[in-house]
Design a protein around this ligand. Structure first.
Ligand SMILES: [Zn+2]
Length: 244
């Protein structure tokens, strides 16, 4: 694999810490996501290697209202999440229902069993083949597809089955379309007509899902998070993060 030179630096913009990552890319974009153990979200700006500090600051100024709105929303979500976890202190979500606490190992195997069965059904109706389906401890993407291998995040064990189905269909569609083109969404829509609302629902619950995973990992510290595989189609960008 060709190595890509990435230069990282950090800067402060209106009191917010921002990670700037300069790498070969056509556009500048900002991702905001919750951080582990901190009340401040992680704000990451990706930009081409030739972007100057001036251009970066200009970009941040242009989108300052958006950045502030997203950060406020994160803080609010964090508070709501804390309240939800408090009221279900001995429980965990399994397929969208609160149940007596299960270990991460059990959740992983329940998700794998369900997803494999569904992926076989959808692959048949979509006319595609996949070679493998793995459940990983990915926090930054719900699913990914590399060639014909599917990878799903353990976070999906917490969400309703329809939302898991959407992610499976989304990843299977990447076997045909290695992008998020209109044709790609056409294929997803043909097999999952309500994909827009399911995607939105997943997005809106991301803070709670991460908090639940944190809680479970603290309860079973031997289960260290796995490194995410290099994937051609990483699906956090479009599904979870607030991109320009
Ligand atoms: Zn995708």
């Amino acid at each position: 694999m060709k190595s890509v030179k990435v230069v990282q630096k950090s800067l402060v913009f209106e009191g917010l810490g921002i990670i700037v990552s300069q790498k070969p890319s056509k556009y500048m974009r900002i991702n905001v996501r919750p951080s582990r153990g901190s009340s401040q979200p992680i704000i990451k700006l990706t930009c081409p290697p030739n972007a100057t500090d001036e251009t970066i600051m200009e970009f941040l100024h242009t989108h300052r209202a958006w950045i502030s709105r997203v950060c406020d929303r994160f803080m609010q979500t964090r508070e709501n999440t804390w309240e939800v976890l408090q009221s279900h202190s001995d429980e965990v979500l399994l397929f969208g229902q609160w149940v007596s606490a299960l270990s991460l190992k059990e959740l992983r195997s329940r998700l794998h069993e369900y997803a494999l069965q569904r992926a076989n059904i959808f692959a048949g109706s979509m006319g595609v083949c996949f070679s493998k389906l793995a459940v990983r401890t990915s926090r930054t993407r719900f699913g990914s597809c590399t060639h014909d291998r599917l990878s799903l995040s353990i976070l999906l064990a917490f969400v309703p089955k329809e939302e898991i189905d959407y992610v499976i269909i989304h990843e299977l569609a990447h076997i045909v379309h290695k992008n998020h083109s209109a044709q790609f969404w056409g294929l997803v829509g043909a097999h999952c007509p309500q994909w827009k609302s399911l995607r939105q629902s997943l997005k809106s619950r991301y803070g709670l899902l991460i908090a639940l995973l944190d809680k479970l990992e603290q309860a079973s510290p031997t289960q260290a998070p796995q490194a995410s595989p290099q994937s051609r189609n990483a699906d956090i960008g479009s599904q979870l993060l607030f991109e320009f």
